[in-house]
Design a protein around this ligand. Sequence first.
Ligand code: HEM
Length: 429
Amino acid sequence: MQTSLPPGPGGGPLVNLGWLLRPVPMLERWRRRYGETFTLRLAQEPPWVVLTRPEDVKTVFQGDPRLLHAGEGNPILGPILGRNSVLLLDEERHLRQRKLMLPPFHGERMKRHVDTMAEAARDEIARWPSGTPFELHPHMQAVTLEVITRVVFGERDAQRAAVLRDRLRDFLEFGTRPSVFARMAVMGAQRAADSRFLRAAMDPVDEAVHAVIGRRRGEADVDQREDVLSMLISARDEEGRPLSDEELRDELMTLLVAGHETTATALAWALERLVRAPHMLDRLRGGDEEYLDAVVHETLRRKPVLPLVLRKLTEPMELGGRLLPAGVAVSPSIYLVHHRPDVYPDPYAFRPERFLDEPPGTYTWIPFGGGIRRCLGASFALTEMKVVLREVVQAVRLQPADPRAEPVARRAITWTPARGATVVAAPAR
Ligand code: HEM
């Protein structure tokens, strides 16, 4: 069989602009025009073959990791995350890091962090203004940063935790500036890594992270502690080798970058949806845990934070009766799969009830991707979302500042509520 690509919009500035500025209507238009599988050509990228059929998503998620590279797609993140980052590796090296990192993220383990998460949420809610409109998104970022500082870095000392948090926040702010990405793209990953402008931003955060690692290694109870860093320090691979300081630093930065903005945005979307459905808020206030689960699932279906995942083909691969050439990327479209009317009737309605009758499907509910690259922090994020929503509905009554739904805006690679999930709060009692 000859290799070929499915049809799709040609390349060019309009396609790029459409994807950058109006990703939702553009994806839907391309899907209508070219069908369930189409090719998207963006500047500086190999062609993306966008997949929306659950059977193709399954083929990709179950496929051989040697043929489907996820790590090499993000070289631009290298100077920030470091060369050992689980996000940037493929094949054996990826598997080694991933296996070492899995235990602290196990669903059962997360239950031990529930109290810490609830406390972080309560402290933050106490600072919300009453009676005037404000954006929830930055407050959700504050909660998720606090949770990462405590649960991932495990810093117990209040003063040191505050310093660490400030440096992490400065670094995150730097890393999401569009000008920084543009500059790094022009310089290329290697020159950027050594450049003075990057070092000036990275040195303070690296210093703080290495200090935490060094101190923790010296603590007598490190093998009994439950924070993620302590568990990573105690972890051993199949040959009995521990993670080096450099590896620990790279994975901590990876967890911060992968876990902070994503979870904050998912929480902002949950509340953006809920404040427009007072009966749902009432039901949550009544303590219906099954419904809370369903709300979280429906939020991540209807408003996925990341719209797609990518795997670069290292060899030609047959998919849906066509042989795709090596070098292209296949891209399960989280957004389009989540809006298939045959899987989700009335797909644009926000209706948590759909998940009360049926649990989410492995290849039809994919906000965390899938297979050997599935999000390591999925249980972490789901637990945190539920804990924070529980605290919010108990503590305050929220209303939308504007009854119109908030459209999707792009923030770096995430899809966020365009008005930051603006609400007006009043005390619950
Ligand atoms: C609602 C919040 C989150 C969403 C929507 C999300 C989504 C995703 C997605 C789509 C991927 C790529 C999966 C793939 O390629 O198949 C991913 C990977 C990853 N996520 Fe998350 N994530 C979230 C929260 C977190 C948290 C809280 C952490 C950790 C604290 C985390 C750590 C990671 C890591 C380490 C990877 C790379 C896994 C690998 O390459 O093996 N994520 N996430």
